[in-house]
Ligand binder design. Sequence first.
Ligand code: ADP
Ligand code: F6P
Ligand code: MG
Length: 333
Amino acid sequence: MNKSNKKLKLAIICSGGNSPGMNNAVIGFAKKCAQCNIDAYYFLWGYKGITNNDIHPCNLRYLEEFTNRGNTIIGSGRLPSFATDVNVRKKAVKNLKKNGIDCLLVVGGEGSYQGAYKLSQLGAKVIAIPATIDNDVNSTQYTIGFDTCLNQVSKLINDITDCFSSHDGINLIEIMGRACPDLTINTGIGSNIYMVTKYNILKTEDFIKIVKHCKSQGKRAINFVVTEKIYGTNNLPTLASIAKKIEATTGHMTRVTTIGYIQRGGTPSARDRLIANYLVDKAVDLAKQGVFNKAVGINNKQIVAIELKRAVTMKRKSHNRYLVNKFNKINLQ
Ligand code: ADP
Ligand code: F6P
Ligand code: MG
């Protein structure tokens, strides 16, 4: 019940780059609301669905069929005009009011958090839940989807290594993650391969030096895992041109693999399913208590909630740079 003793009415959206585990957040939401006698709704396609009033009641028996399906059955979306045009956001607030939504749960990444905060500034009540493969939400140490994505990438790198070991070859593997190096670092450490991130951008000569060093020690496949959007921008050569030079200089077959969207799909891992349920449980509890405009997240393995305003302005605390240097040195042994 809300303060006026009316049954509480909550809605959820998935927003931004979709990620595995979003379905589990939606299903967890529908279950928790059913348990707490709260009316549960979702809008399709993120902020776009709110502005188009594309609202639907949660049908628990239907939604739970998607427990082991990747990403999100209610659709996610990017709506650039939501960021730039206050009238688009006002329309969303109007639709939330019209539908009597007491609080909107926004499941998404950093951009979606900004959108949620701006909705709250227009009077809507919101709670943000972190979900993106990039792990780039500064107010939490973990985002739903990261673990599944990391496992996808690690599995693909196993397969690439099988292939390149058989050719004595070199592979420059570009993975997603936006500006955030977390996926690259966790892949590099877990798979024992050299990582290239914004913290340690290599020149072509550096790649060649590492290849020569590893080959002199008898290493067969040599992989580099590289964060996307570094090479081919900011006056840096493309990975394809670097690969050509490595091959010309060392005589070893050198190729580029861009992993792309395969890494963003897939059956959600047990960890992502669990965390999605814990985070949504916390968010609904907050709404039940009449506590809004919060960002839920994970800090030192605890589920926490902080002011959304603080969440969207926080800087990231990170030891990433240290890890890159430390494990790259180990991987060169
Ligand atoms: P993610 O949430 O995964 O980081 P985006 O950065 O694409 O994905 O953001 C998702 C959506 O959130 C955007 O399409 C836009 O509708 C909204 N959004 C992003 N940035 C802002 C902003 N600064 N202000 C308001 N809305 C924003
Ligand atoms: O934010 C998730 C992500 O997959 C990033 O890793 C990547 O840079 C981006 O989305 C791709 O964006 P789009 O889905 O618009 O191609
Ligand atoms: Mg993002």
